[in-house]
Design a protein around this ligand. Sequence first.
Ligand code: PHE
Length: 332
Amino acid sequence: MDLNPQDLLAEAAAAADAATTLDQIQAVTGQFLGKKGQLSEAKKQLGALDPEARKAAGQELNETRQRLQDLLDARRLVLQSAERAAQLEGERLDLTERLTELQRGHLHLVTQARDRLEDVFVGMGYHVAEGPEVETAWYNFEALNIPEWHPARGSFDTIFVEMGEPESVMLRSHTSPVQIRTMENQEPPIYIVAPGRTFRTDTADATHLPAFNQIEGLVVDRGVTMGDLAGTIDAFVKAFFGGEVKSRLRPSYFPFTEPSAEFDISRADGSWLELGGCGMVHPNVLRNCGIDPDIWQGFAFGFGIDRLAVMRYQLDDIRELVNNDVRFLRQF
Ligand code: PHE
């Protein structure tokens, strides 16, 4: 038999060492243990030997095959675990970046402004009231002395809901309906503020949002005057912005207050910024809620919280408040 097992094993060991991938070790295995390998060729020659010699040679061939197999298997295991390790390394996620970036969150800018406003008014003895965001025409308009034919209805750019009679259900276009809901359910004296979301058909731009926040104030008591209203607004402006900011009232018109005014606050450059509307509660509104205007008087005001945040933090675009860009929000 022209097979030298020692040479064959040495040759196979060298070939196995040279293999660096699973595909290569597979090819080497085929070369040494396959049908065309030297071992198979040697096996074919066994038949020509006499029985004694055949037995010894056969035994040697089997042992050689087993040693070859062990040697190739060992190399394959090494390559297999190396490939697995490389794959794991490649799929590894670097979580350390997340760990260092995770920070504790905080309340949104508008929520902070709203909380501060509530605090200021609660400090002056007011309660916080709430109302629904979807309203009927009675609360959003009629009870507020804005009958169907009234031209002021158009100025509210109302978003109507398809429900019941046309234009009878809507997203509230201001927080003033909470005045009505409060007076219906509560006996005077009444001192409330009502913050909440309001909606208009406005397209979002640098100074408008279609969904925005207002805060409403309502006082109903005996002997309330326009002077009380002016003093309250001034006190709130000073508490919210600090002593250097001034406020002023300008005559205006709202169907639910008489007289009515718009109120402005002073800016650092000496100009005035319009903040909201206010006035003495119209006697018709008190009557609509079963309150006798000969005994009780009231004042009301309403203004935008988002605008206030824009003013306080000197933002150039109100849309920043809803873009939810964490790099922006984190600053406040
Ligand atoms: N509701 C009015 C608005 O949204 C503001 C306002 C409230 C005016 C209360 C007077 C009294 O424009």
